[in-house]
Design a protein around this ligand. Sequence first.
Ligand SMILES: NC(=O)c1ccc[n+]([C@@H]2O[C@H](COP(=O)([O-])OP(=O)(O)OC[C@H]3O[C@@H](n4cnc5c(N)ncnc54)[C@H](O)[C@@H]3O)[C@@H](O)[C@H]2O)c1
Length: 315
Amino acid sequence: MKQQKILVIGAGGQLGSELTQGLWNIHGKQNVIATDIKEAQGVLATGNFEILDVLKTDHFNDFIRKNNITQIYHLAAVLSATGEKNPKLAWHLNMDGLIQVLEAAVEHKIEKVYWPSSIAAFGPTTPKIKTPQDTVMDPTTIYGISKQAGERWCEWYYKNRGVDVRSLRYPGLIGYKTKPGGGTTDYAVDIFFKALTDKKFECFLKPDTYLPMMYMDDAVKATLDLMEAPAEKIKIRSSYNVSSMSFCPSEIAAEIKKHIPEFEITYNPDFRQSIADSWPKSINDSPARIDWGWEPQFDLDDMTRDILKNLPALL
Ligand SMILES: NC(=O)c1ccc[n+]([C@@H]2O[C@H](COP(=O)([O-])OP(=O)(O)OC[C@H]3O[C@@H](n4cnc5c(N)ncnc54)[C@H](O)[C@@H]3O)[C@@H](O)[C@H]2O)c1
């Protein structure tokens, strides 16, 4: 098999810093170039890292050519909560960045492209429980609108330009190695930091706000499973639903309390409540399970144990 040369764009973010390590394990550090517009931190600083702005067309294309890139993981985006404050910036990065990558995939004959969508592509009239793969999609945030449009662009480039582009609609991603980047599910990361340092946490969502969530290890696994699957197994070229758990703030607080009995949570909902209320509460991911064998490994209990075991060493 031809040696793959992989470009990760937005590698310094919450997902990218962990996905890059998953790619190192499969392809070797020397074959995975992690890039971002900000300097490398933590484990990325030890690796094959370069500064690269996906929006700078000439430099971006030169970079792909010079490094003989064969696969691209495009993770750079403005997330939901930040996007509502900077809608034009969110649209510019999320749309123009994606089109830049898809065009480059055609020009440089890139073998595979990964681009994440989100449950934010759904909206208030989408069925909220066990949201199916194909359903009403009426996103109300600029972020969600950009993800819905991005899904259509991906499918278009697959059908009309032959680009092998693959995508997942991630739920809220929970990891502890990098701080989250301005999303509506960030509370489920911050709560662990605050539980360990302050023994208390003020939540920006109401106690009973159920949202689909996924532990970072499962998000990395889902992404690598999708990208390693043979092309003929990938039947959906917009984006696959993927799911592992759903919980609300009071449930994750109760889970943490099992390990830290003095932990207390209070609630002070802000503008992110209405974003959360427009999203699904749980996801049906049968096509991902049938087509390429998706199966999550972590539930709320496993995730909480794992984070509370490993996070203290990083504080
Ligand atoms: N984190 C989640 O819960 C979640 C959920 C659903 C989907 N996603 C998607 O996964 C992807 C990664 O999310 P994340 O949480 O890691 O985001 P993040 O905000 O933590 O990271 C994004 C990275 O992109 C970089 N970046 C910004 N502008 C850039 C540019 N012009 N060129 C190159 N890099 C640039 C940023 O510096 C940052 O390091 C995004 O597409 C996001 O929409 C994330």
